[in-house]
Design a protein around this ligand. Structure first.
Ligand code: NAP
Length: 472
């Protein structure tokens, strides 16, 4: 595919191959964009912003809704692209396509609900005759940088609210999965988005990232990805708004009173969705001692039934990791844990980019698979004596996106809600539950700010105050 600069399809001599990580076959190429391409995209976006900020809300809403309908009408084509260029199985990819249409439709609705309020000026002496209000205005050109693991919906989570709010946007998708973002751009242009308002520039973050991040015409960087890139971006961005949706090593607490089968089913799915490459993936499970053995037994039985293989097979449960290097990386992390005393209950087998779903017990808390983000199909299960111990261990990391608890005791659930140091607590669901309209984001190293359309819109607009000084 070509890339999109100011709504136009642009090719380059330099190409980047897009490979299916399962077969390693080249499925397409995209242009290897340069810093000059990024500059050109921003120049177009400055003009695009002038158009979009004057466009009535109903029109922005119609464009977003129409784009959702276009994607719905080609949903199988979108799902195949997600499944081919990334790690997801075709069934997982279909869910992402559905969620993308939801994200765009909610964005279309929220475009009509960008609210302000009147201000009580007369609360201060000397302001008795002032009357006024504030309303929200778009911030301008937004630079969006997105990861590989949800290559369509996570782009929609930036593009949808940006357009809803009247902003122009320049997207830099992950280099390994650029096709879904380009297809989303195509749908938005077809839906009638003013061309200059959208660019999708393909290219390596290490080569074109700085041009996007440091340009003063960009008013906000909306980034989703890993901590390392986040730190580099933060150090270079200068005076602009920053949204950071980063990773985690999410904990789940399983108490003795819970519905055990439901907890097992939910945690297995939460651990191995998208081959574990999920910012909300279940990584650490703390199980109360009375049910620990039974939980591990059932969890391992269920995991062993996972069908790992070609992603387009309808009965495939899990595909490969995004690259062979990533699979080798997690293999080494597990080796390190084994040397430190961890026991492999199942998995820990690799073939190319495929790494089998792996369950570990007896994992020391200072090894990487426990305290860093695995971002792989690896889960560690620990016994705990009390809820207090589980909460303490859950909090003893540098991340805090989602946490979860399985219990039927409302008091224990509330204790967990109040004491877990995270952006969201799921009760009787695993950490990977997300509905696209809820506020989403983390504390500590898991991020800055919130997404979830309405909340992203708050970040992508700013209040403008209006004050009348009336005659007394
Ligand atoms: P990544 O390596 O950090 O890359 C993310 C994006 O940043 C890619 O587009 C990448 O481009 C770009 N990038 C890299 N270096 C850059 C630089 N110096 N300047 C500008 N852009 C740069 O992350 P990933 O491996 O794609 O995704 C995995 C991470 O994302 C995990 O940590 C995961 O938890 C996190 N994540 C968080 C959420 C959330 O909502 N909280 C959701 C999904 C994923 P290239 O591809 O060209 O390197």
């Amino acid at each position: 595919m070509k890339m999109i600069i100011g709504g136009k399809w642009v090719d380059k001599e330099g190409k980047i191959e897009v490979r299916d990580p399962y077969t390693n076959e080249v499925i397409d190429t995209v242009p290897r964009g340069t810093a000059d391409d990024v500059k050109q995209a921003i120049t177009e976006a400055v003009e695009g912003f002038k158009i979009l900020k004057k466009m009535p809300a109903y029109k922005r809403s119609e464009i977003l809704w129409k784009a959702a309908e276009i994607i719905e009408s080609r949903s199988e084509e979108f799902a195949r692209i997600i499944a081919l260029e990334g790690s997801k199985t075709i069934r997982e990819a279909r869910k992402e396509v559905y969620r993308c249409t939801v994200t765009l439709k909610i964005s279309a609705e929220e475009a009509k609900r960008i609210l302000g309020e009147t201000i009580t000026f007369d609360q201060a002496i000397g302001s008795e005759n002032r009357r006024g209000y504030y309303y929200r205005v778009p911030i301008g050109v937004i630079g969006a940088i997105t990861p590989f693991n949800d290559p369509l919906n996570l782009v929609a989570h930036k593009v949808g609210p940006a357009i809803a709010g009247g902003n122009a946007i320049v997207v830099k998708p992950a280099t390994v999965t650029p096709l879904s973002a380009l297809k989303l751009g195509e749908a938005l242009l077809e839906a009638g988005l003013p061309p200059q308002a959208l660019s999708v520039v393909t290219g390596y973050g290490s080569e074109i990232g700085d041009a996007l991040v440091t340009d003063p015409r960009i008013r906000m960087i909306s980034f989703t990805g890993g901590l390392e890139a986040a730190r580099r971006i933060l150090a270079k961005a200068g005076l602009k708004k920053i949204g950071m949706e980063l990773g985690s090593n999410s904990p789940v607490i399983v108490l003795a009173d819970c519905d055990l089968d439901k907890a097992v089913e939910s945690c297995v799915s939460g651990a191995f969705w998208a081959a574990g490459q999920n910012c909300l993936g279940v990584q650490r499970i703390y199980v109360e001692e009375p049910i620990y053995d039974e939980f591990v037994k059932k969890f391992v039985e269920r995991t062993k039934k996972y069908k790992v293989g070609p992603k387009l097979d309808e009965d495939c449960d899990m595909g490969p990791m995004i690259t062979e290097e990533e699979a080798k990386r997690i293999e080494q992390w597990v080796e390190e844990a084994i040397k430190a005393g961890a026991k492999v209950e199942c998995g820990h087998k690799r073939d190319g980019a495929v790494y089998w779903p792996t369950v570990l017990t007896n994992v020391p808390e200072n090894v990487k698979v426990s305290c860093d983000e695995v971002f792989a199909p690896v889960v560690s299960i620990y016994p705990v004596k009390t809820l207090e111990e589980a909460i303490e261990k859950s909090n003893a990391v540098d991340y805090g996106l989602h946490a979860a608890i399985f219990t039927k005791d409302i008091n224990k659930a509330f204790k967990a809600i109040e004491e877990l140091d995270v952006g969201g607590v799921m009760i009787n669901d695993s950490t990977d539950y997300r509905m696209d309209a809820m506020p989403f984001g983390g504390v500590k190293n898991s991020g800055l700010g919130r997404e979830g359309i309405k909340f992203a819109l708050l970040e992508m607009t700013e209040p403008k105050v209006v004050c009348f000084n009336l005659d007394s």
